[in-house]
Design a binder for this molecule. Structure first.
Ligand code: NDP
Ligand code: 8X3
Length: 249
């Protein structure tokens, strides 16, 4: 079995690569940071004795996405599961104060990047008449919170695409699922606050957030249901978080 994970250099994507490798999957890991891909490749190869292919590309660039997916060799091309995980929030401010480059990066990564990867991998799945796409959405795709405007909009788009893909790919026996987490402690907040580690630390101070492993285990559980079962949608929150804006500190 083969899984392709976008955004495997950190956080949820990295934990998901480890979880699938633990369960004997060969793994295609992708992201923009080559050195991190190589570190993870070494870990997965040595600790779990699986085959690993690293593909370094930016999901925002359709030509690079197409080139990377077309370069996948032999056995790895028999992909069983695609985890559409690469994504980010950039900024947290009122719409009136939003930065255009933040908006474009979120739209180009979370929506367009996910679409590019899905379009190319779907063709492989259609040829094989099987496959499973697991989209990483967010509680931000189910609710809108103050200053979350564009990030929430991109994750609402993922929610809509998750439903649309399931309809379009139904004739080909392709399963489509989404996992929508609340707060998970990863590099997410450091990225959101443009590298401000102190501000990022405060997001998770005095709470017990989800760990990336919690999401990875859920993704693997979805992928490992029997073939006639599709988990459409899961919302997973830390126990201290009731919804996007209500949490116990
Ligand atoms: P991290 O910042 O730890 O990981 C993000 C991953 O996405 C990295 O591997 C990064 O790789 C990759 N990525 C970002 N932009 C691009 C790009 N343009 N091209 C290729 N890869 C890219 O954050 P998380 O693990 O938390 O985030 C993973 C997903 O989970 C995202 O979609 C996020 O929206 C979602 N999510 C996160 C939550 C949280 O609280 N942490 C909650 C709900 C959803 P690289 O930089 O090497 O390219
Ligand atoms: C990440 C979770 O609540 O910061 O998608 O939007 S949240």
């Amino acid at each position: 079995m083969v899984v392709l994970i976008t955004g495997a250099t950190s956080g949820i994507g990295k934990s998901t690569a480890i979880e699938f490798a633990k369960n004997g999957y060969d793994v295609i890991i992708t992201g923009r940071r080559q050195e991190r891909l190589l570190e993870l490749k070494t870990l997965l190869t040595n600790d779990y004795l699986v085959k690993v292919l690293d593909l370094c590309f930016d999901v925002m660039d359709e030509k690079l996405v197409e080139k990377a997916i077309h370069s996948i060799p032999g056995d790895f091309k028999r992909i069983d599961v695609l985890v559409n995980n690469a994504g980010l929030a950039a900024g947290l401010s009122g719409l009136q104060d939003g930065k255009l480059d933040h908006w474009e990066q979120m739209i180009d990564t979370n929506i367009k990047g996910l679409l590019y990867v899905t379009k190319h991998i779907s063709k492989i799945f259609i040829e094989n008449k099987k496959g499973h796409i697991i989209n990483v959405g967010s509680i931000a795709g189910k609710e809108v919170y103050p200053n979350g405007n564009v990030y929430c909009a991109t994750k609402h788009a993922v929610d809509a695409l998750n439903k649309g893909m399931r309809i379009d790919l139904l004739p080909y026996g392709i399963r489509v699922s989404a996992v929508n987490p609340g707060m998970v402690e990863t590099e997410f907040s450091v990225v959101r606050f443009d590298g401000d580690e102190e501000r990022a630390r405060k997001v998770y101070a005095d709470i017990v957030p989800l760990k990336p492993e919690d999401i990875a285990e859920t993704i693997y559980w979805m992928a490992s249901r029997p073939g006639h079962v599709n988990i459409n949608d899961v919302i997973i929150m830390p126990t201290i978080q009731a919804n996007a804006t209500t949490l116990l500190r």
